[in-house]
Write a protein that binds this ligand. Sequence first.
Ligand code: 13P
Ligand code: SF4
Length: 342
Amino acid sequence: MDFDRYGWKKKLMSQVSQVSPYRAQANALYDRVKHVVPAMEWATFVDDIAAILELKEKHNAVILAHNYQTPEIFHCVADITGDSLALARKAQEVEADIMVMAGVEFMAETAKLLNPSKTVLLPSQEAGCSLAESITAADVRLMRQKYPGVPVVTYVNTSADVKAESDVCCTSGNAKQVIESLKVDEVIMIPDEFLAQNVANETGVKMITWKGHCEVHERFTPQEIREWRKAFPDLVVLAHPECPPDVVAEADFAGSTAGMSDYVASGKAARVLLVTECSMSDNLAADHPEVEFVRPCNLCPHMKRITLPAIRQTLEQLSGKVEVDAAVADRARLAIERMLAV
Ligand code: 13P
Ligand code: SF4
């Protein structure tokens, strides 16, 4: 008897053989995000993911993704992930020809400064940062005039121009160590006022601050954390140090996005509130389905400019090249390298 007289089996087999290896690879990635991405939503991602996998290979490109990127980017197309410090360190070692920064502009500039022979692409020109926009190089020069001899410690969330006017950079992951390494009683710490106040509380070093704030973290309040604790008495609260000091004071732990990630991975908490950007909880929930995440999060509109279609387009067109003005590049690099040496 002819079991395949309509030729269905033959048709099916030929369709299977037409599925590109990238499509098959993309389909298999669903397993990584199945706890946080509904199947219906996944169906809208898979074409772009397959195309991005193919384009990365074609152009010898890698994707670096910050912890605030959405799970389909963070878990499915990124090669390198982490907080700003980890992304900077790992960018230095990239051997591929192209780095696509799934993050914001200052992260892309930092990658370019640390590995200048590579092409760095940023998929959206609107992926800025409220902290970076709060201060200019001229502001830093004026502060130096006002406080002569006081070292300038600059958060990496700044433009290369501002870094070039600084003595050393820091991230939220190493701010305390950088400040302590200077062995002074007073520093100019810019532009994040709250980070500076939080580090002053930790180190006892006097901070001359700037009125820059992260538009995501400044919105959290101590009252809301107290309300969540009332609702969930076993709640463990982890806060980013860009939050106001009275919010950090309510938390069980304060640290960079990598610090929060390590805390969750340590298995010390069954129910967690991350006082930070929303995607952080999604990315950790994908890896730790056993942990319950309470989510009164805030979105970063800049990080959210980076989407799968934007990454695909930047790789198709090799657009969004990041360049750093040669007049400031060497001085900006020095400030970052001093930080990495601490
Ligand atoms: P992290 O260095 O902790 O990842 O923070 C970067 C950032 O932009 C936080 O808002
Ligand atoms: Fe900047 Fe805040 Fe967005 Fe981080 S979360 S990129 S500090 S605006």
